[in-house]
Design a protein around this ligand. Structure first.
Ligand code: GN1
Ligand code: MG
Length: 345
């Protein structure tokens, strides 16, 4: 296997012999490389070009873990396994950080929400995490990726990419770029919201897509949330919005047949019900007034990021075929238009 000898060396830092395991890549996630190490483990190589300081990431998780132990000792926080030397991360010869997790048996991830119970349970799980961390000292957590969900910055990146892109990619994405520009009023709305000072910085997950939840096999019960790389200060609309983006449609962000994309009102309501069953008393009335903007803003932002990466020749997100980022951006744009007609914003 590609990376085979590196994986063996990393596993030996945990006292594990690669020969004793069956190891294969799990093709989910656009940033890190993830491997199932059977039986018992999940091994992950962190993308050092995205997470420039992985020690920040490790520290945030240690802080969150300590706080959760204090607030809810029964909380299942998927913590890393320490190496024989007691480290959270093990670096390979190329300088990539790796980490090892226990594999949680009898769990599955899903890429599309099937029913309201799943939406409620997943949204409640993300809400619970934020609620339990809502009394933590925000400045003890650092941003693992600076200005990660700052829509102003993301729009600037898009404009900059447009200036530098190849003629071919500009031509192929021309209509879509115009479409995204039509929604640039969302950048203004975002800026007004932040300038109002009504949005409080909280510890947010920042990657609340549906496949970052582990469900108990054959049930709609959530076992835990995963992928805590971007657990850091943020606004609640980032979490709520990314749930709307990835839960409401029966088709995932990879779907190329856009006619399958729709906004299911019952699922939208279940996201709100599940999230607010935990966060209602935490969020101020002013924050709650921003709820309708959340899904629009995050769908716009993630779509824009796919489009920007397409214009930049696919340097950020992993892609399996040419034009995948363009297709993802088109998919998100279609969803954005549907959401906008539901929201009247
Ligand atoms: C990336 O790596 P993954 O798949 O968990 C991205 C998110 C996007 C998501 C879109 C660090 O998440 O922000 O919402 O793709 N993570 C990073 O699927 O950029
Ligand atoms: Mg992630």
């Amino acid at each position: 296997m590609e990376l085979g000898s590196t994986i063996s060396a990393i596993l030996s830092a945990y006292g594990l012999d690669a020969e004793q395991f069956s190891i294969h890549r799990i093709n989910s996630g656009h940033i890190n490389y993830t491997f199932k190490v059977e039986p018992g483990y999940v091994l992950q190589r962190i993308n050092k070009n995205v997470f420039l300081d992985p020690l920040i990431l490790a520290k945030n998780l240690q802080r969150a873990s300590a706080e959760l132990k204090r607030k809810a000792p029964d909380y299942l926080f998927l913590n890393v396994i320490q190496s024989l030397k007691g480290e959270d991360l093990v670096f390979d010869e190329e300088g990539y950080p790796w980490r090892l997790f226990p594999y949680i048996e009898d769990t599955v991830t899903i890429n599309e929400v099937d029913n309201s119970r799943q939406a409620f349970a997943a949204a409640k799980a993300f809400g619970r995490l934020s609620r339990l961390l809502s009394e933590s000292k925000i400045n003890e957590f650092k941003e693992t990726i600076p200005r990660f969900h700052d829509l102003t910055l993301r729009y600037e990146h898009f404009e900059h990419a447009l200036e530098k892109a190849s003629a071919e990619r500009i031509e192929k994405s021309h209509d879509l770029c115009l479409g995204y520009k039509r929604f640039s009023y969302l950048v203004t709305k975002y800026q007004e919201l932040i300038a109002s000072n009504h949005m409080q910085l909280r510890i947010t997950h920042n990657d609340t897509k549906i496949n970052n939840v582990l469900f108990k096999k054959n049930t709609d019960e959530v076992v835990c949330v995963i992928d805590l790389d971007t657990l850091m200060p943020g606004y609640f609309i980032y979490d709520l919005g990314d749930m709307v983006r990835t839960f409401v449609s029966p088709a995932s962000e990879e779907e190329t047949d856009v006619t399958k994309i729709e906004v299911r009102s019952a699922i939208y309501q279940s996201i709100l019900d599940g999230y607010l069953s935990e966060m209602k008393d935490v969020l101020s009335p002013e924050e709650q007034a921003a709820i309708p903007l959340a899904g629009l803003m995050m769908t716009f932002m993630i779509g824009l990021r796919f489009l920007t990466d397409y214009l930049n020749e696919d340097v950020y997100y992993q892609t399996a075929y040419l034009d995948q980022n363009l297709n993802r951006a088109a998919n998100q744009f279609y969803l954005l238009e549907k959401l906008a007609s539901h929201t009247n914003l």
